[in-house]
Design a protein around this ligand. Structure first.
Ligand code: KG4
Ligand code: ZN
Length: 375
């Protein structure tokens, strides 16, 4: 059964289903801890989570339901924005209900509702924002619009005791940023990609090799069986100062290597290309993070990597070595929290509330573009 509520808040028309049903799921005492319903729908994962401001990390995530569209987009080799928006609209009610059910809480138990407001694909953002705002209106709860990148960059603090300031590498399918994280809402970008994001480059190279979308995990698996020194690359931005990044040259060089092998490309060739490509990307990131470290204004004790590409074990190992060399602690989120999920959105809202930031107005817009320096 699907009960539909439609409201008009600001410029967005709010339509949400099953709101009255949501209100009747389970009841528990909150014991004075802030509990937040988070919603994420900026790309191809529809996710809802219940996160509580518990003292220990193990007790914080009460549920984190992720409905992935990856298999649906795989046959097109990438995310189709319009299709993604429709899939989010179809999935969102059930995902929110499941998150509440798994956490064994009702909407009355939730202290606030948070949703990703951007950056991301506008159709998906609108679905999550409209759902969150409708619940906030229907249940008279505060609403908070969260920047997706802020979600990624604070995730590590959801799981570990990581003090500010830290040197951050945020590397996902759409973003590549080195930043100095000085506190909640206090982010200084040190460098960013001038063209493709690293994850996007992994995906495009994977497509050239005939691997399924998203290609990062496949490249990593093939690279394990390959010879990283077989194919040669020129490091990007050799004569540039600063710690910006560029991955399109590595992508083009890989395309030329693949073309040079022609139609007779073997399984071992693919492994060697994956290994050479990944090794070049990791070495380039290492070179740039050294520069980023030198550019920090307050010397950090910690290094944090986040975003989907943070799942890559070769990158993690390289960053661990870099951190040890400089006497820094290295943190990476557990693999399940590297890619897009709503727990990071709910957690960012908790961090913001605790840091004294105000809740958002109900006409807060969805923003396809939203830099972390503009939060
Ligand atoms: O953060 P995320 O889930 O979504 C965005 O906000 O973009 O990141 C997805 C990206 C994809 O490009 C995917 O190929 C990449 O993360 N990725 C990886 C690995 N796992 C996911 N890249 C390299 N190695 C991996 N193991
Ligand atoms: Zn992301």
């Amino acid at each position: 059964m699907s009960l539909c509520i439609a409201l008009s808040v600001g410029r967005e028309v709010i339509i949400a289903s099953k709101v009255s049903e949501l209100g009747s799921v389970g009841v528990i005492g909150m014991a004075g801890r802030m509990t937040i319903l988070g919603i994420e729908s900026s790309c191809d994962e529809t996710s809802a989570a219940i996160v509580r401001d518990a003292a220990s990390a193990e007790e914080r995530i009460l549920s984190n339901v992720i409905s992935s569209q990856v298999a649906l987009h795989a046959k097109y080799g990438g995310v189709i924005p319009e299709y993604a928006a429709r899939c989010h609209a179809d999935a969102i009610d059930d995902v929110v209900l499941e998150a509440l059910g798994k956490a064994d809480v009702s909407l009355d138990d939730v202290d606030a509702v948070a949703a990703t407001a951007g950056p991301g694909l506008i159709g998906g953002l609108l679905v999550g924002m409209v759902c969150a705002k409708t619940i906030a209106v229907a249940k008279n709860k505060p609403f908070m619009a969260i920047n997706h990148l802020e979600g990624h960059l604070l995730t590590t603090r959801l799981c570990y005791d990581v003090a500010f300031p830290y040197l951050l590498l945020l590397t996902s399918g759409g973003h590549f940023i080195f930043a100095e994280v000085l506190g909640v809402g206090n982010y200084r970008v040190l460098g960013e990609t001038l063209d493709d994001a690293a994850g996007e480059c992994f995906d495009k190279v994977a497509k050239m090799l005939g691997f399924e979308y998203p290609g990062g995990p496949a490249i990593e698996q093939y690279a394990k069986l390959g010879e990283p020194g077989r194919f040669r690359y020129t490091m990007p931005l050799q004569r540039r100062t600063g710690c910006n990044a560029s991955f399109s040259g590595i992508k083009t060089a890989t395309k030329l290597h693949i073309q040079s092998l022609g139609e007779k490309i073997t399984h071992q060739d693919k492994c060697d290309i994956a290994a050479s490509f990944q090794d070049t990307v990791v070495k380039f990131i290492l070179r740039q993070i050294e520069k980023a470290y030198r550019m920090t204004t307050v010397k950090p004790q910690n290094v944090v990597v986040s975003g989907g590409v943070a799942a890559n074990s070769a990158l993690r190992e390289a960053l661990l070595e870099f951190s040890e060399k400089h006497g820094l602690n290295f943190f990476a989120p557990p693999l399940t929290l590297c890619s897009d999920n709503a727990a990071m959105i709910a957690w960012a809202a908790i961090e913001r509330v605790k840091a004294g930031f105000a809740y958002s107005p109900l006409d807060a817009p969805s923003k396809p573009r939203w830099a972390i320096t503009e939060i």
